[in-house]
Design a protein around this ligand. Structure first.
Ligand code: AMO
Length: 428
């Protein structure tokens, strides 16, 4: 060690003005001007410009250490500058990065950016996106713990899918067929029998064949399930409070990142408006002349419905409720007229959540499996816990990348994940 000084972070520089500090970080940028050398050091907290001369500067992104005196410098980014007294390379980069990391806009193809993700992810925008997501996840956890929820961890290798559809990834499990979990659905329900209120933060897998701006093949699912509810209304209320807590935490802990990304946080109303799917379809058709085919709202209908609520109620959120059974999995709690107690939450034009009340009685579940023409044997494992007594319960799941992308105005969910998996991408 060249010095016994403890490491100082760039965020602490204002409290060290006039003193000598030891900084460590990455060589973010460098510039020679006459005999003077300017370098920008980037650490986990931010950036600082350092000035020296006669330094043997390595390639950008090398890990470096600077010892120097902190001076107030109104024109420097952050308002402080460091006069280099000694400089040390901790690890030299051996190749220059494929893009200039300090640039806020890279005029390269998005695929190229993802090809070089191991280093482009260091960019200030990319880092800010992931930082916001980390805070969002922390808020999700903290808030739910505060409401008496317990964190669980469920298998991602499973013997059957819970969500139906053809988007299961098969794997070879020692010669037996198995799948990557599409969602923790059954397991979170089972754990309601243990803790009453549970949540999980974990990746899930969907073999989506099509490349869209809202689908990943591996995404982070923020799952919640709770027992002893009256109806899906209780579930929507929990989600409303979770979202409010997330926004509050981001306001407090991610202000620099939000500013860098030019993002505005939404207000979460105490009561998010609800509209039934049937009424939503009617509204979109009558007000915007957009006919909705299919069982669910299509992406354009979601966008229009959100637009309607932004215009008329000034909110970025709307719950779409009472989905028909045809649009929901077999575990959705049925209602009169072929409907269910299932809902979606739209945020700024996109579905970020599905949820609802679930069937909790064994005979009703068997009826549902039959009504959906599913193989009861294949679902015997799913059904088993309902023999042993389960309270009325429900829950929801938020797609973390979709929420992050909509919050930050990112057009494609792939950029809301450090290492996205899509139809054509398995590396890095
Ligand atoms: P669902 O399949 O609707 O419901 O998924 C819940 C939420 O997860 C996100 N999501 C995705 N995000 C990125 N890429 C994908 N391919 C993808 N698929 C889904 C969306 C979606 O709203 N078990 C139920 C949830 C529940 O009822 O608790 C489920 O998985 O934001």
């Amino acid at each position: 060690m060249t010095t016994a000084l403890p490491r100082t972070l760039t965020s602490a520089l204002p409290t060290h003005a006039g003193r000598t500090v030891r900084l460590q970080g990455f060589l973010h940028a460098r510039r020679d001007l006459g005999g003077l050398q300017f370098l920008v050091l980037r650490d986990r907290a931010g950036l600082v410009q350092c000035v020296g001369s006669g330094l043997d500067l390595p390639l950008p992104e090398s890990s470096i250490e600077v010892v120097g005196r902190v001076t107030a410098h109104p024109k420097a980014p952050g308002g402080y500058e460091v006069q280099v007294e000694s400089f040390r390379v901790l690890t030299p980069a051996t190749e220059p990065p494929p893009v200039e990391i300090p640039k806020m806009e890279w005029h390269v193809h998005p695929e190229t950016m993802l090809d070089y993700r191991v280093v482009t992810v260091r960019g200030l925008r990319e880092r800010a996106i992931l930082k916001v997501q980390a805070e969002l996840v922390a808020a999700f956890r903290d808030h739910l713990r505060g409401e008496g929820f317990t964190e669980i961890s469920t298998p991602k290798i499973v013997s059957a899918g819970a969500e139906g559809g053809a988007n299961l990834f098969p794997i070879d499990y020692f010669g037996h067929p198995a799948y990557l979990a599409q969602s923790p659905q059954l397991y979170k329900q089972i754990m309601v029998g243990v803790f009453e209120r549970v949540f999980e933060v974990a990746p899930v897998y969907r073999a989506e064949e099509h490349a869209t701006s809202r689908h990943l093949n591996e995404y982070l699912s923020l799952d919640v399930e709770l027992g002893f509810i009256e109806s899906e209304e209780d579930v929507m209320d929990v989600e409303t409070r979770v979202l409010a807590a997330i926004m509050e935490r981001l306001r407090e802990h991610a202000a620099p990142e939000l500013a860098l990304l030019g993002a505005t946080l939404p207000e979460v109303p105490a009561h998010i408006p609800r509209i039934t799917l049937l009424d939503a379809r009617r509204l979109v058709e009558e007000k915007y002349g957009h006919p909705v085919g299919g069982k669910d709202l299509d992406p354009e209908a979601e966008r229009l419905l959100s637009q309607h609520y932004a215009e008329t109620e000034g909110t970025d959120f709307v719950f779409v409720t009472k989905y028909p059974r045809a649009a929901r999995p077999f575990y959705a709690y049925p209602e009169e007229g072929g409907l269910t107690r299932g809902f979606d939450l739209l945020f700024r034009g996109i579905e970020i959540t599905s949820g609802g009340q679930r069937i909790h009685e064994y005979p009703m579940l068997q009826e549902s499996i039959a009504a959906y023409r599913l193989n009861p044997e294949a679902l015997a494992g799913y059904a088993e816990v309902f023999k042993y007594g389960m309270p009325p319960h429900g829950g929801f799941a938020i797609g973390a990348e979709r929420l992050t992308a909509r919050l930050l105005g990112i057009g494609n969910v792939r950029f809301a994940r450090a290492f996205p998996r899509d139809r054509h991408r398995l590396t890095p």
